[in-house]
Design a protein around this ligand. Structure first.
Ligand SMILES: C[S@@+](CC[C@H](N)C(=O)[O-])C[C@H]1O[C@@H](n2cnc3c(N)ncnc32)[C@H](O)[C@@H]1O
Length: 466
């Protein structure tokens, strides 16, 4: 990019239209072009596109534009499969050919590893795309909305707190999920109840959370409402299985929370099976609607297999699975280790980890309930239990609590594996861990394209201690 004296640059104006050449893709999936040296972010622009765009926001260091027409299309541009692409906040990249999405994520991760984690040499990334990048979501959280007198059901409109895109077909979920959305809409619209309005905190219908089993194709539904009558819930229970035979389990949750999270304060089992059963990497497991399970089970099985291969256990080792959710990584390693331990803050996940260990006849797995930072304080966990040979970390998006670094490194495990859905927090943690203990070296990095058509990815970094 040429160097420009920005003091004398003519200011762009809102409403102005320009012809722009898109040069790169920003981390949020928007195309970036330059006008007189100023970066302009164009929604749905792709590198290689020549576009006409209209300025919608002009602020110092933040210029945004709406794409009006693509004059010359990038060779990587493809028609988006979904009719809701654009307004829907679910997918950002359906207009980019799938191999190019994976290539872009590979470059983005490499840059983060170099610039944010400070890695001087990066081993060749093992990139695992999806064979078929559609219908992969094993968990979807939909919200109810309202259009006039009609209750709608779908995903949040991009950058909107309140507006819901009424989803007719969601191509990243299994097809039966879209059938279920349609069936739910038909039943709820028979009742004179409104959807929850987050501005005034009134209304009944809030969320529909759908899980699907990879093994059986069965669905589990949790409908979350504000406090209110049971009758419409009974109607859903009676009607939905007739229209969607795959629906196997139905729960009702009630939330009076102001925050926009589909976590009910109370939950009751309404109809069908109490648990949804599935299988991953040879481990059978059962869930209730609020248990944590990876949202792409097809690729999660590839992750668990990669962990097993890289761990290369002989049967004499002790492995710790920290932030273990329902303990599925620990359970998938149990057959090759002397013993495995899981640590998880949510008691319901811990209860199901224990239940799933029993379901698989696994007796060398122990699950502890508590925050990792609390249980590791002063190395207490590793002092009380056997010394770890392998520690797997899979923290939430925020990454590791700062009190985890010292006891983690103090354990001197031969192998640390860090699995993350947020490469930025992972890079921050890796930088700190590698600076504090130079005995650890990066041995392998795998990128799993866990969320095709979105900007998100999953990464597994393996550190070995010399
Ligand atoms: C990304 S998920 C782990 C998923 C799990 N490894 C799997 O493959 O199914 C992160 C988990 O960390 C738990 N968690 C969040 N903060 C925690 C903390 N401070 N200590 C322990 N667990 C925590 C969450 O409840 C969630 O189950």
């Amino acid at each position: 990019m040429p160097s420009i004296d920005t003091r004398h640059r003519p200011r762009l104006k809102i409403g102005e239209t320009l012809d722009l050449q898109i040069e790169t893709l920003a981390p949020n999936g928007r195309g970036i072009a330059y006008s007189n040296g100023e970066a302009v972010s164009v929604k749905e622009g792709l590198p290689g596109d020549q576009v006409r765009a209209q300025m919608t926001r002009v602020r110092p260091n933040q210029v945004e534009a709406r794409l009006l027409t693509v004059e010359t299309a990038s060779p990587e541009r493809v028609p988006a499969r979904c009719q809701h692409f654009g307004p829907c906040g679910g997918c950002d990249l359906q207009h980019l050919a799938y191999p190019s999405q994976v290539e872009w994520k590979t470059k983005a991760l490499t840059r983060i590893l170099r610039e944010e984690a400070g890695l001087k040499s990066i081993p060749p990334l093992r990139v695992v795309p999806m064979e078929s990048p559609w219908g992969y979501r094993s968990k979807m959280e939909f919200s109810f909305g309202q259009e006039g007198g009609e209750i709608t059901l779908g995903l949040h409109q991009r950058a909107s707190f309140q507006r819901i895109v009424n989803i007719l077909t969601c191509h990243i979920a299994p097809p039966a999920v879209s059938d279920l959305l349609q069936a739910i809409r038909q039943v709820v619209n028979r009742f004179p109840l409104k959807s929850y309005n987050p501005k005034i905190h009134e209304g009944f219908w809030r969320y529909a959370v759908v899980r699907s089993s990879q093994a059986s194709g069965k669905l589990m539904l949790l409908v979350v409402t504000n406090e209110g009558p049971r009758e419409p819930i009974e109607a859903l229970a009676a009607e939905l299985p007739k229209v969607v035979p795959a629906l196997d389990s139905f729960y009702w949750g009630v939330s009076t929370r102001v925050s926009d999270v589909a976590q009910p304060e109370t939950m009751s089992f309404i109809a069908g099976s109490e648990v949804l059963e599935d299988q991953i990497s040879g481990v059978r497991f059962q869930i209730r609607p609020t248990n944590f399970v990876q949202p792409n089970l097809l690729l999660a099985s590839r992750i668990y297999e990669t962990i097993r291969d890289l761990a290369n256990l002989s049967g004499r080792e002790t492995a710790y699975d920290l932030y273990c959710g329902m303990g599925l990584i620990a359970l998938s390693l149990a057959g090759r280790a002397k013993q495995v331990f899981g640590v998880e803050a949510d008691p319901e996940n811990v209860a199901f980890a224990q239940r799933n260990a029993a379901l698989n006849g696994i007796s060398n797995a122990t699950f502890l309930c508590g925050k990792v930072e609390d249980l590791l304080k002063g190395q207490s966990l590793f002092k009380a239990g056997p010394k770890p040979d392998l520690i797997i970390l899979d923290p939430p998006r925020a990454g590791l609590h700062h009190q985890v670094y010292a006891p983690l490194l103090g354990a001197e495990a031969a192998t640390l594996m860090y699995l993350s859905c947020n490469p930025l927090s992972m890079a921050r943690d890796l930088k700190i861990l590698l600076e504090r203990d130079p005995h650890y070296q990066v041995d392998a990095i795998s990128l799993f394209d866990f969320f095709p058509h979105t900007t998100h990815l999953e990464v597994l970094v393996t550190l070995r201690r010399s």
